[in-house]
Each structure stands twice: as structure tokens, then as C-alpha cells.
Design a protein around this ligand. Structure first.
Ligand code: HEM
Length: 484
């Protein structure tokens, strides 16, 4: 028998969903926290385009908990260390993901780990955790190095590459091979452009709020569904082939195919498809953004690059790093750069939830069924927690400095029972890709490049990341002064 899945959605029809949201809001038994609660399309648009300054302004005016009316409904935001801890750890059982602000992702990912709650979430997580144990992910290093080398072989010194697009293709190939044992060069995978299809599906989140409600043939939703259907053919045919041949490996697909709970329940093809789609999405989109933002900042901070190169020369002396070096974060300077990148640009920037019961936080009430979001991106930019938050300063994460951070201050991977299941894999992948790039090239920004950030729904450079490819300097550039 198949493992019992999550409760069905109240309705799939977007207008019915909007009406039900409005009904929930009307029947609130306690007031929403103060904020901007009048309908405003301009505010909704601004939020889609530049949520960070908006949230920081609201924090200044209203404090760590406030309400913004976005499109049709009130959304409560909770910012700062205490708020993050409250939502993800101390009161996590009062919040569900499935009916939160990003519920449309169910249209792409179905009922995978990200979109489910409660007992089904707990059981599904238990099935998958072994695949993310240290020794399992250590086995992925060779694949990551091989794929990165292959991708970098396309770079030519003197040319310009879109690092964002190149990393997206690379990260998807890594996810396919390392997580699922799928052959990205096999006939089935070559027949579709998986990276392009994810880009197409997720562009739903870059579209106008109003357009997201429509379901017609040319709507953003239809594009999302069309992309999902093509990705499905790849995943379902792999499931069918594995079931028919009994072929298994060390990958997550094998785990899912053989998973059985204590009552002998197994996962259906659809449940396996949903987990695979979730991990393919979560496993490539976030790392892609992290690598891109890291190299954007490095291009603006040659003194940090110089330290990274000294570290490479001292510790690696021209050899590839070992899995154990990469897994443990032994390249200390690189680790600080990674932590600071994830502070300034946490790709999964918002934690969308729905409150089950009404609650009180910092003297403000929040009604049952309210949309509640915690937000790492804004929390990582509060100047009383991270002084001069716009400055890129890896030294914020030395062990001494980190020990002084309040609980819940730094949450790029979320927290509690929903902490990112792929955290170790993601960190390993970014460290490995960064190490290989730094060992071969120096990447700089074109003079006229100005970073703009989009949310789709993870944050990434809006127009890709064009970078000029130069040779790796033989020795670190000496005598550079610290940049702002
Ligand atoms: C730099 C890389 C990554 C970052 C910054 C990141 C960030 C996050 C965050 C913040 C959450 C929690 C969201 C919430 O509270 O609503 C999350 C959840 C999740 N992540 Fe990641 N992630 C990364 C890489 C990965 C990778 C590589 C995978 C898969 C291989 C992955 C799979 C997942 C899944 C399945 C969840 C849902 C976990 C659950 O609800 O139990 N992530 N991630």
C-alpha cells in the first residue's frame, strides 16, 4: 500500500482559493499586527520587484512583526533572530508550509518534502535522510569536480561567460547524476533541456501577481505546467526502468523505490516523482544562485580573492581538494566567504507559512489562518545584528564572531525540523565549484554591469551574471588594500 499522503488542497481553482483566503481574513478573531493593510497594486508590484528595502522600511516603522497587504490579502512578516527562532523552532508546530504564500509551487513539485507538513513530512524526511549522510555525499565530490571541469572547459580566456546560466546547467547535471543516478547525456535527458524547462517553470514567479491567477493557454501557469509535463516524462521513465530492471545504486531514487515504513507502506510512482522533482529544483536553483553571488562579490573584492589563492596554494599545492577537505570546510577562508555570501544573499530568502492557531508575538496578535513569513534576507540585513549589512565582510563568520550571534540570527538554511535537508550537499557543491573555478580562472565583471536581483522564487541576478574570463594569477596580487 502507498504511504498515506498529505491532505488534499482545499481547491485547485485560483479564484476559489482567493475567496477562501478572504473569508479566512474576515473571520479573524484577533487583529493583525499593524502595518500597511490597504489594498495597493503599487505595493504588490514593488514587493515583487524589491522586497528587501520594503521589508527593512517596514521593520523600521513597525518593529519585528508587521502586516503588508500584498495583492488580495494580508501577509504577516516576522523578522530578526527571535522571530526566526519562533517560527522555525520554538513554535514550528503552529505553522504549515502547504497553504502558505508559495503554495503554487505544488503545481510543479507536487507533494515533495518542501510542500508537505505533519506526519507525512516527518516520515518522508526519515526516508531521505540517509542519502544526505556524510559518507554518501562525500561520494559526490568526483562527480562535481568532473562536471565543473567539463563546464569550465567551455570558458575561454578573454571571453565573457554568463556564470549564472553556466552554473545552472552545471548544478542540474550534478543533481541528476549525484542525487538520482540519471545520465544527463542519455537519450531521454538529451531530448529535453532540463535547465531551460526549470527556468520556464519558475518564471511563473517572475510574472505579475495578477497574471498568476489565470489558468488559460498562454498564462504563466500554463507555461509552468507545460515545463513540468516534459520534466515528468524524464522522471517517470526512469522510475519505470528502475522498477522493471531492479537496477539500484547509491542514489536517492533507489532509496525512494525501496522505502518502506514500519507498517510496510511504500511510495507510489507519483510520490517518488514529487520527491525527485522537489530535490532537482531545490538541489540546483539554490546552489546556482550562491555560486553566482559569491563570484559577483569576489570580483569586487580582489583582496579577498588574494587570500583565497594563498590558501589554495598552501593547502592544495596544485592538487584537487580531497572529499574530506571539502566536506569539513577545511579551506577556512573559502568557508568564511561562503557564509558571508549566504548572509547577504540567502537564495531561499523567505520561509512561507500559514498559522494554524492564533498566536501572540512581541505583544502583537496574529489570527488563525494568517499567512506568516519569516525572512532570512531581511533578518540578515538588520544593522543591530549585522553592522553595515551591505558590506561584504567574511570575517563576520570567524568562530569568535559567530559565537556572539544571537540564536536565530543567521538562518540561510532555515531551522528546526524543516532545516534544509540538502544543506551539506549544497555547501559541498558550492565549495567544490568555487575551488575548481579559482584554481583555473580569474573572473571579473564588465565595467557597465550593475547587479539587479529578481525572486523566482529564489533570489538570483536578474539578467544573469556576465563575467570576463582571465587566467588565474600565478601568485596572489600583493599589496592590495582592503576594499569597502
Ligand atoms: C546553498 C544551498 C541551499 C540553500 C541556501 C538552501 C536553503 C534552504 C532553506 C532556507 C530551506 C527551508 C525553507 C523554509 O523554511 O521554508 C530549505 C529546505 C529544503 N531544501 Fe535547501 N538549500 C540549499 C540546497 C539544497 C540542496 C542541494 C537540496 C537537495 C539536494 C535542498 C533541498 C531542500 C529540501 C528538500 C528542503 C525542504 C526540507 C523540509 O521541509 O523538510 N536544498 N533549503
Amino acid at each position: 500500500m502507498a504511504l498515506v499522503g498529505p491532505p488534499p488542497l482545499l481547491s485547485k481553482h485560483p479564484f476559489a482559493v482567493l475567496l477562501s483566503d478572504l473569508r479566512d481574513e474576515r473571520s479573524a478573531s484577533v487583529p493583525f499586527p499593524p502595518g500597511e493593510t490597504r489594498f495597493s497594486l503599487a505595493r504588490t508590484r514593488r514587493f515583487a520587484d524589491e522586497p528587501l528595502p520594503m521589508l527593512l522600511e517596514a521593520y523600521e516603522r513597525f518593529g519585528p512583526i508587521f502586516t503588508l497587504r500584498l495583492f488580495h490579502g494580508n501577509v504577516v512578516f516576522m523578522l530578526g533572530p527571535e522571530a526566526n527562532h519562533y517560527v522555525t523552532v520554538s513554535h514550528a508546530s503552529n505553522f504549515i508550509w502547504r497553504e502558505g504564500h508559495f503554495r503554487d509551487l505544488i503545481g510543479l513539485m507536487g507533494d515533495g518534502l518542501l510542500t508537505i507538513d505533519g506526519e507525512f513530512h516527518r516520515r518522508s524526511r526519515l526516508i531521505m535522510l540517509p542519502a544526505f549522510h556524510r559518507e554518501h555525499i562525500a561520494a559526490s565530490v568526483d562527480v562535481i569536480v568532473e562536471e565543473t571541469t567539463r563546464a569550465l572547459d567551455q570558458f575561454t580566456v578573454g571571453g565573457v561567460v554568463d556564470l549564472y546560466a553556466a552554473t545552472r546547467r552545471l548544478a542540474l547535471r550534478v543533481a541528476m547524476r549525484a542525487l538520482f543516478g540519471l545520465d544527463p547525456d542519455g537519450e531521454r535527458a538529451r531530448a529535453i533541456d532540463a535547465a531551460g524547462l526549470f527556468e520556464q517553470a519558475l518564471s511563473f514567479y517572475a510574472s505579475e501577481y495578477l497574471l498568476r491567477v489565470f489558468r488559460g493557454r498562454l498564462s504563466p501557469w500554463a507555461r509552468l505546467q507545460a515545463a513540468a509535463r516534459k520534466l515528468d516524462t524524464l522522471i517517470y521513465s526512469e522510475i519505470a526502468e528502475r522498477r522493471a530492471t531492479g537496477r539500484r545504486g547509491q542514489d536517492i531514487l533507489s532509496l525512494l523505490l525501496d522505502a518502506e515504513d514500519e507498517d510496510g507502506n511504500t511510495l507510489s510512482d507519483q510520490q517518488i516523482r514529487d520527491e525527485v522533482m522537489t530535490l532537482l529544483f531545490a538541489g540546483h536553483d539554490t546552489t546556482t544562485s550562491t555560486v553566482s553571488f559569491m563570484f559577483y562579490e569576489l570580483a569586487r573584492h580582489p583582496e579577498i580573492v588574494a587570500r583565497l589563492l594563498v590558501e589554495q596554494d598552501e593547502q592544495l599545492a596544485g592538487r584537487q581538494p580531497t572529499a574530506s577537505q571539502l566536506i569539513s570546510g577545511d579551506l577556512v577562508e573559502l568557508e568564511l566567504v561562503l557564509d558571508e555570501t549566504l548572509r547577504k544573499y540567502p537564495p531561499a530568502w523567505v520561509g512561507p507559512r500559514r498559522a494554524i492557531e492564533a498566536f501572540e508575538f512581541e505583544g502583537r496578535t496574529v489570527p488563525a489562518r494568517a499567512f506568516v513569513n519569516y525572512c532570512s534576507w531581511a533578518s540578515h540585513h538588520l544593522p543591530d545584528v549585522f553592522p553595515e549589512p551591505e558590506s561584504f565582510r567574511p570575517e563576520r563568520f570567524t568562530p569568535e564572531a559567530r559565537a556572539k550571534l544571537p540564536k536565530g540570527a543567521y538562518v540561510p538554511f532555515g531551522g528546526g525540523s524543516r532545516t534544509c535537508v540538502g544543506m551539506r550537499f549544497g555547501q559541498l557543491e558550492v565549495r567544490t565549484i568555487a575551488t575548481v573555478i579559482l584554481s583555473r580562472f580569474a573572473l571579473s565583471l564588465p565595467d557597465d554591469f550593475r547587479l539587479q536581483i529578481r525572486q523566482m522564487p529564489t533570489i538570483s541576478p536578474r539578467a544573469g551574471l556576465p563575467m570576463v574570463v582571465g587566467p588565474r594569477p600565478a601568485a596572489p596580487v600583493a599589496g592590495l588594500s582592503a576594499a569597502a
